[in-house]
Write a new protein. Structure first.
Length: 158
């Protein structure tokens, strides 16, 4: 079990840089995914993106179906949105890279995504509600965007 340090700060360069696609899913990538999963479980988060642990690659771990008996940790390599749909909904979000700050973020309620798993197999997922919100939050990280960029008013301390 390896717990990685989480990069924090709204001005940190790695958090503000668009991540590069993964070209080869090798042992190093699989170890990174394992370590990222251990890290996000350790801090009881809903997801973590590679830039948050200092790696400029298009990978994130998402906790789907949070709080249900179908909860699962899903590593996503080179994820992309095929469609953003549903209505726009505002909800409070926090971020491991901006500790103890929470603010309202408007997101779509439905997403259709394509990604690769650790074996290189391509998957397509249609998600809604909290699962869709997690995907958009983590995808923002891969694109160099933080929730602070979405906040219209000062966040609350948590």
């Amino acid at each position: 079990m390896a717990i990685l340090p989480i990069v924090t700060g709204v001005q940190d360069k790695i958090l503000r840089t668009e991540s590069k696609p993964v070209k080869n899913i090798d042992k190093k990538i699989k170890k990174l995914i394992k370590d990222m999963t251990d890290t996000v479980i350790d801090v009881d988060g809903l997801g973590i993106a590679a830039p948050q642990v200092g790696v400029n690659l298009r990978i994130y771990i998402a906790r789907l179906n949070h709080g249900t008996r179908h909860e699962m940790w899903v590593p996503m390599i080179n994820p992309e949105f095929l469609q953003l749909g549903g209505k726009r909904e505002k909800n409070e979000e926090g971020c491991l890279s901006i500790p103890n700050k929470f603010g309202d973020v408007e997101r779509r309620t439905e997403v259709l995504m394509r990604y690769q798993d650790e074996k290189g197999k391509t998957h397509v997922l249609q998600l809604d509600s909290l699962n869709a919100r997690i995907m958009q939050h983590e995808m923002d990280h891969l694109n160099g965007t933080l929730i602070a960029d979405h906040w219209k008013k000062e966040p609350r301390d948590g």
